[in-house]
Structures are given as C-alpha cells and as structure tokens.
Design a protein around this ligand. Structure first.
Ligand code: SF4
Length: 436
C-alpha cells in the first residue's frame, strides 16, 4: 500500500500525528489481534474527532473478515479496504480526503489476488532487514485457524518478481531478507502444473546466487513440507541462515489429528533430530498451541516431554482462541481458558530452562553479528563506550531476542557484519564482545 501511495504521488507521513489521513492495516486472526486493531482504530478516531486528521482508513484482515459488521462497529471510520483491494488505496485516500465515505468492497468471497510493490526496495522494518512475502493464502485446513478463510487459497508470487524485489532490497542496504508467507515451505506447489520445478529450494538457490553480503532466512514453514532437497540447499548455501521456523502446534498424534494436521504427525515425531542431522547447528523455532478442544492433561504432558527433548532454540506458545468459522469453534470439549493459560505458562517455564541452558552453552563461541543500531554512549570516545544492538543468524527479527555487543569499532555502521564472541546475556537476549 505504501508503494502504491508513493507511485500515485501521495506522501507518507513520518507519524500518525503528522498525517492528514491515518491508514491502519489490521490483523484479525485471533481475539488478541482484533483487540489490538480495535484499540488502534478507536485511538485514530479520537484523534480525528479532536481535529488531528481528516480521515481514518482501515485496511486488511479485519474488514476482510468482518465486512458486514465493521461499519457498524466503527462508525467513525471513513473507509474500509479488503485484502484484494489494496492496490486501490490511493484512489480511496483521495475519496476520503474529499469527504466521501466508503464501505469495504468485493463480494465477500476469499481473496484471490497477489500484489507486487511498485517500490520493491521500500521497507518499514526500521533496520537493515526486510520481509519478502513469497506467497499469499493457505491451502491447509487447520481446525483452529481462520487464516485460509481470510486470506484465500495459496498463491505463490512469480520467482522472477521475488528476485527483482530481493535485488532491490539488497541494493537499498538490506542485509537480512526474511522469506515469509502463511506456509513458506509450500512455495511453488500451486504453480507446479504450469511451471514444473518451482519450489522453495529452487527459489533459495536463485536468491542465494545474488551478490553481496546478506542473510536469507526462512520463516513459517509446515513440518511435513520440509524436503531433503530443501535441507541440502540450506546446508550448501552461502546466504541462507541455518535456521528454520516450523510451527508444530502440538506433538501428540491425537491432538494433531484433531487439529486436522494429520499429515504433520510423522514429520513432527522426529523433526528436530532430522533437521539437525541434515544441517549441523541448525537453529529451530517453533510455535505450540495449548488448550485445543480435546487436549487432556496426558496430551499436554506428551508435549512437555517432547519440548524437553527437542530443545528448540526458540519457542512461542498460544492458548487456544475459539474462532468463528473454524472447525474447532464451539466444541464442548474445549478446556477452560484458565487451563489453557496455565498450560501455556507451564510450557513457557520449561522452555525458559532450555533457553537458559543454551545461552550458557554458547558462552565462548564465535559468530557473525549483524549490527542494528548503537544503543547508548556516555559521550567519551573509544571502544566500549557504546553497546550495539545486533542479531546473530540464530535470532530472527522481533521474536528471538537480540545480542548486545561491546567493543564495536568507532567507525561501525548499522548493517555491518562483525565477528563476535559470546559472553552470556540475560533471558532471551545474548551478550557478546567484538573480536578482531
Ligand atoms: S498452516 Fe498455518 S495459516 Fe495455514 S491453516 Fe494451518 S495454522 Fe492456519
């Protein structure tokens, strides 16, 4: 949307306070996301009522999912923009600036379109890293998940378009490209009939051939879609981090079947072992869902044992959120919310022990750090005055913590890679010293 606005000669304001029109892009897949979106919308509407801006536009998954209700719920919003209408954003902005309201368009069907930015190097990450969306939608039917209904069937972006975007990102100073989608490991499967050989492995090989110093990272895969070929590409690549984010959701076969993820049962069983065998030192992130309908204490204990054994480097936990329009909605065997919350906390406490042990084991090891920004200085010259915020290949942006690096040379710049030796850290964050 930002690219379309720029291409249509509309300016992007540096903050909502300075904007004539506030555009809020929303997430709506669980209750927490909807609450966050609602808070942002109401804040913007209050700002408008106080004369702070001319109009408020709400785009993305919230109007897409609740097209019949959003206008009633948020009567002060000037326009709603569904997922398939994002390229109309400039015309819609002009319309609301002229005082004309707009309901969400479309026919209520799942989205089918794919967009490429007219400004492929444009980014909002606030650092030398970016996200490259390789596909839209999802063809899985996980019983708890509203995303396929909101985003539609899986559709991969053409490889050549992704190559253009990645090239522009690297040229604009990006040093870490994170490949994302609802299921990145399914990249190309929807294009097989017309274009054999389109796979995530092939895409990674192509992007890996780009010149420059940068990382590629694969986020949000599906356990059973990790092929031996993909692991071989990862093991041999120059730029691809030995890192995979594969949400398992659960370990117990009965719960996985209940989640309509039966095709993941076998893959989940030996996932950490298989991946670490194929790519030594592979860093693994996963996500689990607890409190799913039918999950018993014994099922949950199975998950605790699995996680204790797997020793994931990074792990996130969601408590089940019953979502309208999904297979698991309204089931009588749904554990109470307090039970789900308590299981989430227990799993997180266990994972914290894994993280603490791993952090201690990393002390003394060396790694490359990507410098993000100097954190503070006391005004004196010389190395050691400034602590740099940085990340290692084992840390994905925003979710895995950061590394605080001391002794970075004075002339260092954000986006630079430097060798470091790990010295410790705290919680999910690591600490390191720069080494010559
Ligand atoms: S694979 Fe992910 S996005 Fe797709 S239905 Fe399952 S949980 Fe939802």
């Amino acid at each position: 949307m930002a690219g379309v606005l720029l291409a249509e000669k509309l300016q992007l304001a540096p903050s909502p306070e300075e904007a004539d029109i506030i555009l809020i892009n929303t997430c709506a897949f669980i209750e927490d996301a909807r609450s966050e979106a609602a808070e942002a919308i109401l804040r913007a509407c209050r700002h408008k009522a106080a004369g702070g801006c001319r109009a408020v536009i709400v785009a993305g998954c919230l109007p897409q999912r609740y097209r019949d209700r959003v206008a009633q719920t948020f009567p002060d919003v000037d326009a709603f923009v569904g997922v398939d209408e994002l390229d109309q954003i400039a015309a819609i902005a002009r319309q609301v600036a002229a005082g004309r309201r707009r309901e969400v368009g479309g026919d209520g069907q799942a989205p089918t379109r794919l967009f490429a930015s007219p400004y492929p190097g444009l980014r909002f990450s606030g650092g030398p890293f970016a996200y490259l969306k390789v596909a839209e939608g999802c063809n899985h039917t996980c019983a708890f998940c509203a995303i396929p209904g909101i985003r539609g069937r899986y559709r991969s972006r053409p490889q050549v378009e992704l190559l253009t975007e990645a090239t522009a990102l690297v040229a604009s100073g990006v040093r870490e490209i994170n490949l994302i989608s609802q299921d990145t490991t399914s990249y190309g499967r929807d294009r097989r009939s017309s274009n054999a050989g389109v796979t995530l492995s092939a895409l990674l090989r192509t992007l890996d051939a780009l010149d420059g110093t940068f990382w590629l990272r694969v986020l949000y895969g599906y356990p059973s879609r990790v092929t031996d070929e993909l692991l071989a590409v990862m093991a041999a690549a120059r730029h691809v981090c030995a890192y995979l984010d594969l949400p398992i959701q659960h370990s117990h076969p009965e719960v996985l079947r209940g989640m309509l993820r039966a095709d993941a049962v076998r893959a989940v069983a030996d996932l950490p072992q298989r991946l670490r065998r194929a790519v030594p030192g592979m860093v693994l992130r996963t996500t689990c869902l607890v409190g799913f309908p039918g999950e018993t204490e014994a099922h949950f204990q199975h998950l605790l044992d699995y996680v204790a054994d797997a020793k994931f480097d990074h792990l996130g936990v969601f408590a089940f959120s019953p979502e309208e329009g999904t297979a698991a909605f309204g089931r009588a065997d749904t554990p109470p919310a307090e039970v789900a919350a308590e299981r989430r906390d227990r799993l997180l406490r266990l994972q914290r022990q894994v993280v603490d042990a791993r952090r201690r084991a990393l002390v003394g090891t060396r790694a490359e750090a990507l410098l993000l920004q100097p954190l503070r200085g006391d005004g004196r010259k010389g190395p050691g005055d400034v602590i740099w915020l940085a990340r290692l290949a084992r840390q994905a942006p925003e979710v895995d913590g950061v590394t605080h690096v001391k002794g970075v040379p004075d002339n260092a710049k954000p986006g630079q890679f430097i060798p470091v030796r790990l010295t410790g850290g705290r919680g999910y964050d690591l600490a390191a010293d720069a080494v010559a």
